[in-house]
Design a protein around this ligand. Structure first.
Ligand SMILES: Nc1ncnc2c1ncn2[C@@H]1O[C@H](COP(=O)(O)OP(=O)(O)OP(=O)(O)O)[C@@H](O)[C@H]1O
Length: 703
């Protein structure tokens, strides 16, 4: 072979190699700027009542900790240790039953402002399956960014976020068709839109394979590197994943057994005579220790880490196991006796800087620097060195200044979506409009909701039309015609009620997430879903009524048809509202059983089975509540009242030839059509308000 050819190719190859440039890490440039936020909690206790009132269960036992900006923190622990509970409390998702203090940049947490700064990505992704990735992102930008943000900026932002999260090529994919890892990334992408400085994740790796887990944690790490505070609960990660976390917070039996760098864990446990075997995953080891597999060491670990008040950091000596409690007045007074010594202080700072220089993270991070310095000062103080106390004061002052600046930034400037007195980034009218458009899109795409319902109304319409064909003007078939009127009520009631009972509770988890993450107010959401289904329900009802009215030969008068239709429409809207109340208040299983059962009294007292005068007096009040009665009465009056001419009679004798006889038999001679319509409207309004109140209660009670 020609050597020069080989050489040339090799040269070409080396040229190619030389031209390879490492992939640049993707960064998010279009996101609103946010200040860094440090979160700290002190003496956090969480209790729940179990069984009888006096029976109290303590889930978190006076734990403390600090979660810093720019760090990826893992909350780990054995099952039932209290990880999810701690996360729920830190996010503000759970507030009742909690004692202790939570501070944001050193200031007591204001839950309302905090929720604008943070987002909570729950374990199950809670996404609407009927939207494409792109549409879901558009909804998120429309709701989470101020209305003043231009369309171009929103589009660029969506493009950038999807590109960063490797979802760009899937932007036209339906959310329901995404893989588990992609769904997780989409959940993150949706919340990234307004760039919250604090992001909480509950088990972000659950259900993912090892490669997706790695990608997911890498993404979280990148987000943390962007200055965000990223906190996630995780179940025993692999050694490779474990190394990726900056900070570890471990719980056992509701107490903190470790808080500090992941890299220091093995040494720290070693210093407490708990040697992690070689080639053993440190994450597994701390869980095994916490579970008591090597004996009961929980108490010792909790004391050593001061239940989360201490922090094991790179470059800072381990705190001694018997560290004084600085929250304790006695210990504090003792430490204040230590004489101020400026030389000692200077020495301490110098020494810290020497140690701090070895810290990988310390460099440019002021918060971390101060944190380390503070911890070092406490350690010195614990050793009884005079300079320690002055150093504590000095560092704490610096820390406070930083916190003031950051907090001012949080409240005053930064991301427009976060700042300001408004709870939401957009007006309620806009929220209503965006949610309405989204719900209409779902309806269009939901086969069950739309096409099955349409099909059912048409099919049943023709079936009933065939069964009761041409009976409307036949004096000998009035009883059958009354049966037809009653069946209309029954059909319209069940179709509109059950579809809502089946579909509405399925929306709940997404509603809980989006409402909690401040996408929209409950009012705008509720109004949007209330309005969205009314046109469809109306169209189906009109189609059904036109078919049956014509086929059964009811009176061919426009006014009577309008009255008949009006009663039927109101019945279906009222029944839909009953479905909303039931759907808001209970699960699908309970609702599907209870709603029809609860409707039985209303059907019995509708006036079809027993006329009003035949009902015992003490039970008559039920007829006033029965919306079926008003609907049935409305259609009966539309058919037989208002001086309707005598019906045709093809037999020797037709008892109900005169419509007045029918009304008399039904006790409807005195009935007023307007009153029936007014009663149905009133019941509709009361039910819609009740459904809203139930929904609000449900949202609160799930937390
Ligand atoms: N409302 C409640 N009533 C009674 N006990 C509760 C309640 N909520 C939580 N607990 C208990 O508190 C403990 C901690 O629960 P939590 O869900 O926080 O654990 P976890 O560490 O997240 O567990 P896992 O890893 O298995 O999800 C558990 O023993 C649980 O049974």
């Amino acid at each position: 072979m020609d050597n020069s050819y080989l050489l040339n190719n090799l040269r070409k190859g080396s040229h190619c190699l030389l031209n390879i440039t490492p992939a640049q890490p993707k960064t998010l440039t279009h996101l609103p700027k946010r200040p860094p936020v440090d979160l700290a909690f002190t003496d956090l206790t969480y209790k729940v009542q179990e069984g009888r009132k006096s029976n109290e269960k303590i889930i978190l036992k006076s734990v403390s900790g600090r979660l810093r900006s720019g760090e990826l923190t893992a909350i780990m622990g054995p099952s039932g240790a209290g990880k999810s509970t701690l996360l729920n409390i830190l996010t503000g998702y759970r507030t009742s039953g909690m004692e202790g203090s939570i501070t944001v940049n050193g200031m007591e947490r204001n839950l309302s402002s905090f929720r604008k700064l943070s987002c909570y990505i729950m374990q199950d992704n809670q996404l609407h399956g009927n939207l494409t990735v792109e549409e879901a992102m558009e909804v998120a930008t429309s709701l989470k960014l101020p209305s003043s943000t231009t369309r171009t900026v929103k589009e660029e932002m969506i493009h950038e976020i999807l590109d960063t999260l490797s979802l760009l090529e899937h932007q036209k994919t339906m959310t329901s068709n995404l893989s588990g890892g992609q769904k997780k990334r989409l959940s993150i992408a949706l919340e990234l839109v307004n760039n919250p400085p604090i992001m909480f994740f509950d088990e972000p790796t659950s259900g993912l394979d090892s490669s997706s887990c790695f990608q997911c944690i890498s993404l979280l790490k990148d987000l943390a590197r962007g200055g965000r505070t990223i906190i996630c609960t995780i179940h025993q990660p692999s050694a490779r994943l474990f190394e990726m976390f900056d900070q570890l917070y471990t719980l056992a039996d509701g107490q903190c057994v470790y808080q500090g760098n992941t890299g220091q864990l093995v040494d720290w446990l070693g210093s407490l005579n708990l040697q992690c075997p070689s080639y053993h995953n440190p994450a597994s080891f701390i869980i095994e220790v916490s579970c008591g597999e090597y004996g009961d060491h929980t108490g010792r670990l909790v004391r050593a880490i001061n239940n989360g008040q201490n922090d094991i950091r790179n470059g800072v000596p381990f705190p001694e196991v018997k560290v004084p409690d600085y929250n304790n007045k006695k210990d504090m007074e003792q430490s204040l006796k230590v004489e101020h010594n400026k030389n000692e202080l200077a020495h301490a700072q110098e020494k810290f800087q020497e140690d701090g220089g070895r810290d990988n993270n310390g460099g440019g991070n002021g918060a971390l620097h101060n944190g380390l310095l503070l911890q070092y000062a406490h350690t010195e103080l614990a050793k009884g060195k005079a300079g320690g106390e002055a150093l504590v004061v000095q560092v704490e002052k610096a820390e406070l200044e930083k916190q003031d600046n950051a907090s001012a930034a949080l409240l005053g400037g930064g991301g427009a979506a976060a700042a300001g007195p408004r709870r939401y980034a957009t007006s309620e009218l806009r929220q209503f409009w965006v949610v309405l458009k989204r719900t209409l899109l779902f309806s269009k795409r939901d086969w069950t909701l739309m096409y099955l319902r349409l099909f059912a109304h048409i099919l049943v319409g023709f079936l009933i039309g065939a069964l009761y064909y041409d009976i409307g003007d036949d004096g000998s078939k009035v009883l059958s015609n009354l049966g037809f009127l009653f069946f209309n009520m029954l059909f319209l009631m069940y179709t509109s009620m059950t579809i809502t009972i089946l579909s509405f509770p399925l929306e709940m988890p997404v509603l809980v997430k989006e409402h909690f993450n401040r996408w929209y107010s409950l009012r705008s959401y509720y109004l949007a879903i209330t309005v969205s289904d009314i046109p469809f329900q109306a169209i189906f009802c009109v189609m059904y009524v036109v078919i049956v009215y014509l086929l059964t030969s009811q009176p061919a008068e426009w006014t009577r048809f309008a009255m008949f239709l009006c009663s039927c429409l109101l019945i279906s809207f009222v029944a839909q509202s009953v479905g909303l109340v039931v759907g808001a208040a209970m699960s699908v299983q309970n609702g599907v059983f209870l709603a029809p059962v609860m409707s039985v009294p209303f059907l019995l007292f509708s006036g079809f089975f027993v006329s009003f005068n035949a009902i015992p007096r003490y039970l008559r009040w039920i007829t006033y509540l029965s919306y079926i009665r008003y609907g049935f009465e409305g259609t009966a009056l539309a058919t037989y009242s208002f001086d309707r001419a005598k019906l045709q009679c093809h037999q020797v004798y037709c008892h109900f030839k005169n419509p007045q006889t029918t009304l008399e038999e039904l006790d409807m001679l005195e009935a007023d059509f307007t009153l029936d319509i007014a009663a149905l409207c009133l019941i509709f309004v009361v039910l819609r308000i009740s459904a809203f109140l139930f929904l609000r209660w449900k949202l609160k009670s799930t937390r």
